[in-house]
Design a protein around this ligand. Sequence first.
Ligand code: PLP
Length: 380
Amino acid sequence: MGGFNDVTDYIKELYNTSEFIPLHVPRFRGNEKKYLENCIDTTFVSSVGAYVDLFETKMAEVTNTKKAVAVVNGTAGIQVALRLAGVVSGDEVITQALTFVATANAIAYNNAHPVFVDVDRDTMGLSPKAVSLFLEAHGELRDDGCYNTLTGRKISACLPMHTFGFPVHLDELISVCKRWRITLIEDAAESLGSTYKGQPTGSFGKLGVFSFNGNKIATSGGGGVIVSSNIALAEKGKYLTTTAKRPHSYEYYHDELGYNYRMPNINAALACAQLEQLDRFLLEKRELAKLYDTFFKSRDIRFRTELPETQANYWLMCVELADKAERDAFLKQTNEQGVMTRPIWQLMFRLPMFAHCQRDNQKNAIFLEERIVNIPSSVR
Ligand SMILES: *Cc1c(COP(=O)(O)O)cnc(C)c1O
């Protein structure tokens, strides 16, 4: 075995350290402390406050949408976005099996059923071709939408995920969803700052959802946001995530089953400070990606780069190894040598709670599952 000593040496050189290198850590080099202190000084640490409003305004701007709703985390955001899109108990939602578990969980929280359709090899996200093939085999258009002829259930939404910040083939996916009258919702949890033909991811679906968890490109500690250009829908989102309380100066009246999914002001303060640095994070990640690309080319290992007409945020960078044996050797050696690397997620249908879900052949998802490895990607 030639091994990957040169890889670990190079990554240690990039980060200028001989100590353990984590996969992704946040950087707080802006107004974080100042804004957090302001929350404490004003006592506005909880679920209302100026930073929540500011964060929502900024997120609508950054994503080129009309309204943003700050929520307690990305998973809750997806759960509510699906409900807003009309997904009800017993419906089906088309998504990819190659994703973080939150995507599928959010579907299940609505008592809906995930249907796993294959990804494309180039984007690592939901494949429009595979969705089209699936629907040609199992879809039936009725007066009120698309039904699955195998299960008799309504297919009410399609939930692609922009893996590691690489946008899926959106134009093609939008056209398949239109043809079959299925609502598109984007799990843009990983793709803040990524664009497709110049437009931010998260702005293409009826609703889009971002995560501000500690491991994402920008963090609020924990948090998420729902964005939409349908203002009425976004307002309904704010209302549902605020216990569905009818506005009144002193009466408590709730006319639907709502949630307490609000983002506390203290988290929004952190998020605001991080958003101020987003452009810099994006630039620095792009620079790091360029260095990795050059290095791995010389090493004959495929480093994943953005596709034409897209900009990736390079949130988590990754390489594609030749096969599973090579992947395992890479993982073992880099981790033993203090450079954290991690395989892509195990496919959702391998998890007990989603093992029974309908799926297609998953050829590309399985190919990528065996080969993709994330490498340290923090802003330096
Ligand atoms: C991080 C993530 C989420 C959920 O975000 P949380 O804020 O951690 O709840 C959802 N989907 C994907 C693909 C993610 O990576």
